[in-house]
Every structure is written in C-alpha cells, then in structure tokens.
Design a binder for this molecule. Structure first.
Ligand code: FES
Length: 131
C-alpha cells in the first residue's frame, strides 16, 4: 500500500511503517498501532493537538483529499490553513501541508509525517541541516 515515515522531535530517529491494505483508518490510528507518539486529545478534529505536516513523496499528484468541514475550521483557527490553501484544496483538490492526524485517511501514497511531539508547542517543522 504505502510507506509512511514518521519524523518527530521526540523520536530518536525517523520510523517508516508500511500501510497494508487493511490499514484504512486515520493516520493517528496507524501511528498509535505502531507506538508513534503523535500527541492527541479529542480524536475528533476539534482540538488541533494532533497537527502534523504531511509531505507527499511520490512524483504523482496526491490522490483526492478528504478535508472535512471540521478539519478546515480547526486548521484555520490554528493559522495552518490560509484562504489560498483552502481554495486550492476545494477547487483543485490539492492537499494543504498541515493536517490533523485524527482526520487524515491514509491512502496508497508514500508520505512523510512530521510532528513536534508536544501539543503545547507551536509547530515549526523546518528540518535541521544535516551534518
Ligand atoms: S486529536 Fe484533537 S484534533 Fe486530532
């Protein structure tokens, strides 16, 4: 199905898991199944604590996204979904870079998932330069 690489500031190293055909749940469900410490609280798209940055690693256009009204609102309130990005999502079906792990349905795509590991810390996911 897909390789999902998790990269978190509180993890010693990146971890890649293979999403199998039965893994049709949310990104948060897959992370929990594999012991990946993505923060979460409500698990219902309302608190924003499971905010992640998703980067598509395949050379093809990302598959159709499912951005619910709840996710749009929570991302907007947290300043992670600009009006421009919202329009791109609604008109061109282009996924925004920030998503809620509890709302994101994993597809047959290779993705990199970055998160801070601390729900109280403003997310800044610029990767440090490799030495
Ligand atoms: S856990 Fe609250 S929005 Fe995902």
């Amino acid at each position: 199905m897909a390789n999902i690489t998790f990269s978190g500031l509180n993890m010693g190293k990146d971890i890649t898991v293979y999403g199998t055909a039965g893994d049709t749940g949310t990104l948060l469900a897959i992370a929990k199944k594999h012991g990946i410490p993505i923060p979460f609280q409500c698990q219902d798209g309302e608190c924003g604590s499971c905010l992640v940055k998703v980067t598509y690693l395949d050379d093809k256009k990302p598959l159709a996204i499912s951005l619910s009204e709840k996710e749009k609102l929570t991302l907007s309130v947290n300043g992670k979904l600009t009006r421009e990005r919202l329009e791109q999502a609604e008109v061109n079906d282009l996924p925004p870079p920030y998503r809620l792990a509890c709302q994101y349905i994993v597809r047959d795509e290779n993705i990199l998932v970055e998160f801070t590991g601390d729900p109280g810390v403003e997310i800044d996911l610029r990767r440090p330069a490799k030495k």
